[in-house]
Design a binder for this molecule. Structure first.
Ligand SMILES: C[S@@+](CC[C@H](N)C(=O)[O-])C[C@H]1O[C@@H](n2cnc3c(N)ncnc32)[C@H](O)[C@@H]1O
Length: 223
């Protein structure tokens, strides 16, 4: 009696649609007010992120180029006024929303994109999981990034040791990490950021919440 049921299930699988929507499609309806709605306090969140983009690892200088992969509407650009900012996003509505606010954004898939000229820094925020093959993506980024790669990581979702191995294989043999204690969906708590450098306390907090910002670079780069 179980045979017909098994056959039915197999036919169901065979008839399932083979094309699923690309992962960036789900962001379209949020594009117009992405930065305002994705963060409880967008200026506090993005200003601190921008500070770490500039200072964690080798420092950026005024005029250095920052390529922000999976940039959303490119809201980070407003907090990096001293840098030449270019965003990349695969969602056409995100790209249009960012451009409407005067930001330079290219519509492309981060898994294939290569800029026309090298950049000092590449960033990826809240999007490292969109890498089709993380090691391959990091290797491509290393090919056009002259000073550093900065990205965020949920340490409860990814093992830092695995990411470090992929970074080293790509040629990024130096890594600096910093806890990032600005809540995304709640107003920042006073004094919380002071705990980012608290060592064991910060590590304990990271077991439950928040992310790590990572800056990776090559010890051989001389720019
Ligand atoms: C969670 S949002 C993060 C946006 C921005 N980086 C931020 O931190 O606010 C993820 C973004 O990744 C984009 N995205 C997803 N897959 C992508 C891909 N393969 N190439 C480029 N962008 C992609 C989505 O369109 C979306 O804008």
């Amino acid at each position: 009696m179980t045979w017909p049921r098994r056959r039915l299930r197999r036919r169901h699988i065979e008839e399932a649609p083979i094309h699923s929507a690309p992962p960036w499609q789900k962001y379209g309806h949020k594009a117009e007010r992405w930065t305002e709605t994705a963060y409880a306090d967008a200026p506090a969140y993005l200003a601190h992120r921008a500070q770490l983009v500039r200072r964690l690892g080798p420092e950026l200088r005024p005029g250095d180029a920052v390529l922000d992969l999976a940039c959303g509407d490119g809201g980070l650009a407003d907090f990096l006024p001293g840098q030449r900012y270019v965003g990349v996003d695969a969602n056409a509505e995100m790209v249009a929303a960012g451009r409407a606010r005067g930001r330079e954004i290219v519509e492309a898939d981060l898994n294939a994109y290569v800029p026309t000229a090298p950049v000092e820094a590449t960033t990826i925020f809240r999007a490292i999981y969109y890498a089709a093959d993380r090691r391959e993506l990091l290797t491509r980024i290393a090919g056009y990034t002259t000073r550093k790669l900065v990205f965020d990581l949920n340490p409860r979702q990814y093992r830092l040791a695995d990411v470090r191995a992929d970074l080293e294989a790509a040629g990024f043999d130096r890594l600096a990490t910093r806890p990032f204690f600005v809540p995304q969906t709640r107003a920042p708590f006073p004094g919380l950021q002071l705990l980012e450098r608290s060592g064991p306390v910060a590590r304990a907090i990271l077991r439950f919440r928040f992310t790590l910002i990572c800056a990776a670079w090559s010890g051989r780069s001389r720019t």
